[in-house]
Design a protein around this ligand. Structure first.
Ligand SMILES: [Zn+2]
Length: 224
């Protein structure tokens, strides 16, 4: 266990050094944020909330805490936190840096244990989040969020829509293609925009491309 932790720290160190080199060699380089192991206090808060010993959740060393620079809805720079799989930590930092450079705005970015691990509460707060060891809503199938391989962006402006059902409730204003075309509200994700392009450039899929339902907030490494 201790040996694994030391290895994980060394690997994370390389990510941060890489970002530092980029910043010093390219004058317009953005702050990429950073990735590191999940601190003890946070790991303790996740237990039984967003991480469950009775589910096949990832090992602690397979998860990374990212400190992520982003633009708030007021246009001001902010820093949020995402928990993702260690295997995608550096590419998620690069994706989020692309979003910030594009001027895209994000409402809030906090780990879901701060919302009791409840996706409904997190979405209602318009929270952008990633890891949550939970089932796909209404099923007993583990979500890609449970592997730290999916990210939901601004759930209110980018709701989940299936038939007449929209989640979260506040997403009602943004759940038809006519409404999504007509609005200039910040934080919307649309086909072909900078957000979709940033994810697709790294091989991630978008829930807005699904046919039987639309999950406009959802991006995942395997497209599910
Ligand atoms: Zn999702």
């Amino acid at each position: 266990m201790a040996k694994t932790n030391r290895l994980a720290r060394r690997a994370f160190g390389a990510v941060v050094v890489g970002a530092g080199l980029l910043a010093s060699s390219v004058s317009f380089a953005q702050d990429l944020g950073n990735a590191g192991p999940i601190p003890d206090a946070m790991w303790a808060k996740m237990q039984g909330v967003s991480w469950h010993s009775d589910l096949p959740c990832p090992a602690r060393d397979d998860l990374a805490l990212l400190n992520v620079p982003y633009n708030g809805f007021d246009g001001l720079p902010r820093e949020g936190q995402l928990i993702v799989a260690t295997s995608v930590a550096d590419e998620v930092l690069a994706i989020m840096a692309d979003l910030k450079t594009s001027g895209f705005r994000i409402g809030l970015m906090r780990p879901v244990h701060e919302f009791l691990g409840d996706d409904g509460r997190s979405m209602a707060a318009n929270n952008t989040s990633a890891f949550n060891c939970r089932f796909v809503g209404g099923t007993s199938r583990l979500s890609q969020h449970a592997r730290g391989l999916a990210i939901d962006i601004n759930p209110v402006q980018n709701p989940y829509v299936k038939g007449g059902y929209t989640s979260p409730d506040a997403g009602d204003a943004f759940d038809s293609s006519a409404e999504r075309k007509a609005t200039d509200a910040p934080g919307l994700v649309r086909a072909g925009d900078a957000v979709v392009s940033a994810f697709k450039a790294r091989g991630w899929g978008w829930g807005g491309d699904w046919s039987s339902s639309k999950d406009y907030q959802h991006f995942s490494k395997n497209g599910n």
